[in-house]
Design a protein around this ligand. Sequence first.
Ligand SMILES: NC(=O)c1ccc[n+]([C@@H]2O[C@H](COP(=O)([O-])OP(=O)(O)OC[C@H]3O[C@@H](n4cnc5c(N)ncnc54)[C@H](OP(=O)(O)O)[C@@H]3O)[C@@H](O)[C@H]2O)c1
Length: 247
Amino acid sequence: MSTLNGKIAVVTGGGSGIGLAIAKRLANEGAHVVITGRRQGVLDEAVAVLGDAATAVVADVSQSSSLDALYASVQRRFGRVDVLVVNAGGGVHAPLGQITEAQIDQQFATNVKGVVLTIQGALSLLTPGSSVVIIGSSASIDPGPTMSIYGGTKAAVRNMMRSWITELKGSGIRINMLSPGPTNTESLRAAFGDKAEEGLAFLHAKSPLARIGEPDEIASVAAFLAGDASSYVNGVELFADGGASQA
Ligand SMILES: NC(=O)c1ccc[n+]([C@@H]2O[C@H](COP(=O)([O-])OP(=O)(O)OC[C@H]3O[C@@H](n4cnc5c(N)ncnc54)[C@H](OP(=O)(O)O)[C@@H]3O)[C@@H](O)[C@H]2O)c1
């Protein structure tokens, strides 16, 4: 299948986990993918897997100067962005009473400020017909215990998106949010610390499909939102969580 032939895609946090799976899928569908992240080594390993279909640029989404440099590089090399996957982010578990100021600042800097700056910085490069896919989380509506700050960051962006699609009226740019449920990545396991087995058992028990998701299952939904198959879909939050947040 080559539904994204010749498209230029940017995937933030594309060096690992869900972002890497999305980068692979978009490349398989014919796009050239620019992956970003803060660690050069992680990006180099990802490019070795993705091959000629990928370019890596080190960029921190919480710093506008870093994003300016990313988009200057994309402008120079490719001249436009057709698909923007706003994936960089993450969360930290902490119950009320143990939430630190540093955790709040870090999660809002990446998951909220980073999303705003990533999309705003790309506006002049996004073409009519282009698609922005924000990777949210089912925690936006169903954070469960210990994920209040993370869920709050994802809910905040969902709300902002409602405003952005009206502000972009007439531009031909679509913005949608893809909200995964718990997905099998290293960061999911790491977030549980030494309680990973307990945490995964809880997630399996909660899911109507009795399992967590795989990164490839999120990537296929991202490809749908990125391409013309979703040309009339705009401003939705599409959950890919096996129904866990809907039950
Ligand atoms: N795994 C899940 O269960 C799950 C569920 C729902 C939603 N999500 C969402 O899916 C997205 C990807 O998560 P993941 O599970 O695939 O975790 P991951 O492998 O840790 O991916 C996060 C990526 O974002 C990058 N990143 C983090 N902070 C950044 C920053 N300030 N600037 C630039 N890049 C940054 C990381 O690279 P560097 O560290 O090198 O910068 C990394 O490549 C996140 O938005 C997460 O909230 C994940």
